[in-house]
Design a binder for this molecule. Structure first.
Ligand code: BES
Ligand code: ZN
Length: 418
């Protein structure tokens, strides 16, 4: 992380150019190479960026965006999705409700079949690509591998009748690496809801051209939900409402992939009843007790009206009849995990749940620890490896697979035949 920051400072010094000069026809980067072999990244390309806490998006170059991220300036890149959330108000009136979890037997029976070795094998391969950067060739290769792994799992573990209900698709973007969307159709003829379980498949180094194994960020979440998917299809999971697994491209570029997917769903008026993001699920910091972090900012929009209603009636918002998706997620942790939850905040739109929330959909985010105790020292660097420390825990990752299984079954619904 430090080397990359230093390199970035150096590059910044070389290319330091006043903003106004960026309009020149000549490259503002002078003789400094603006392309690298195997990368399709134009550092001088203009981007429309929504900075944290500002009303209007501003234009900056790709390089300035990369620099901003390193300096801890937070943003959404809205270049391709400036109108995400413009229809959100239409859905605000018909918010979904979440009855208490009650499918304990089915959930527990599947949780028992989840295997740590699958997490190890999957992550070993997924981190073997030099980088999964969304504008790199190896980033595209890693995404293709994930797609083939999902196909292999489906072929091997799903029955023929279940296979007919599953679709595995690449969601293309304007850059080469696609997002990946797997859907298990719902059996109900009347329920058009969709439950989404997500992670991001891309990785980055602070300076994007450097190696980025991305073991924790977000190889861990990607593999946690993949093992949940395997467990579900192996058990013949037939949800009443559709359940989808999403692996987003370009989260590291400013939530680009998830915004594009959420925008497409918003445009088709897809009824996403719940979205759960898994980003960094492996790190248990030395000296801390193992917990799952429940992020409470940029999640599950509870309308101002609803909160006021609760206050007027003298209830705390969480004790009203409609519990928020975040409260629901906590209940799942209490019921099905071996470790407790702890509330925490990123303080900014730190992962793909924020794209869904921006689209007006209920979303939650569960992370490896409190934000403070997460793996800040290694992510976005060549050290984001699973063998860097025994603080990287596959057992911890499996807890998140369990949570994803329970989320799919309890919110998707399942009347098991036997
Ligand atoms: N996984 C991180 C977010 C994160 C970082 C969570 C540290 C907990 C601890 C995510 O992949 C990321 O890097 N997000 C960006 C913001 C995004 C909008 C580009 C970040 O945190 O800078
Ligand atoms: Zn990251």
């Amino acid at each position: 992380m430090k080397t990359a920051a230093l390199l970035l400072a150096l590059v910044s010094a070389v290319v330091a150019t006043p903003l106004s000069l960026f309009d020149n026809a000549q490259s503002p980067l002078g003789d400094f190479p603006t392309t690298y072999p195997g990368f399709d990244l134009d550092l001088s390309a203009p981007r429309l960026v929504q900075l944290d806490g500002q009303d209007e998006p501003v234009t900056m170059t790709e390089l300035e965006k990369i620099q901003a991220k390193v300096r801890g300036i937070r943003f959404f890149d809205v270049t391709e999705t400036p109108d995400l959330g413009s229809l959100a108000h239409l859905r605000a009136v018909q918010k979904p409700s979440y009855p208490a979890p009650n499918n304990t037997q089915a959930v527990r029976s599947i949780i028992d079949t989840l295997e740590i070795q699958n997490l190890r094998d999957g992550l070993d391969k997924f981190t073997s690509f030099r980088t999964r950067y969304y504008r790199s060739e190896t980033g595209k290769e890693s995404q293709r591998w994930l797609l083939s792994k999902i196909t292999e799992i489906t072929e091997k573990f799903a029955s023929d009748s279940l296979k007919d209900e599953i679709s595995i698709q690449e969601f293309p973007h304007s850059w080469a690496q696609s997002s990946v969307i797997v859907r298990i159709n719902g059996t109900s003829p009347t329920d058009d809801g969709v439950v989404v379980i997500g992670a991001h498949l891309d990785s980055t180094n602070s300076w994007p051209f450097l190696p980025a194994p991305g073991a924790d960020d977000d190889g861990s979440g990607s593999m946690s939900i993949l093992e949940a998917y395997r467990g579900l299809v192996a058990a013949g999971f037939r949800p009443e409402r559709a359940v989808e697994f999403h692996w987003y491209s370009a989260e590291e570029g400013g939530l680009l992939g998830s915004q594009a997917v959420a925008r497409a769903y918003e445009g088709r008026n897809v009824n996403v009843v719940a979205m759960s993001q898994y980003d960094m699920t492996a790190w248990v910091k030395r000296g801390t007790r193992e917990q799952v972090g429940i992020i409470t900012d940029f999640v599950d929009p509870e309308s101002v009206f609803q909160s006021m209603f609760a206050v007027v009636l003298g209830f705390s918002p969480s004790s009203t009849h409609r519990c928020s998706l975040t409260e629901y997620n906590k209940k799942l942790v209490e019921l099905y995990l071996n470790i407790p939850w702890v509330e925490t905040k990123c303080g900014y739109a730190c992962s793909d749940h924020a794209s869904w929330r921006k689209g007006g959909y209920p979303s939650v985010f569960t992370i490896e620890a409190t934000f403070e105790n997460s793996n800040h020292g290694n992510i976005h660097s060549a050290n984001d490896r699973y063998d860097i420390s025994d603080e990287f825990s596959f057992e911890h990752m499996l807890e998140f697979s369990k949570l994803a299984v329970s989320f799919a079954i309890e919110l998707g619904g399942w009347k098991k035949a036997d």
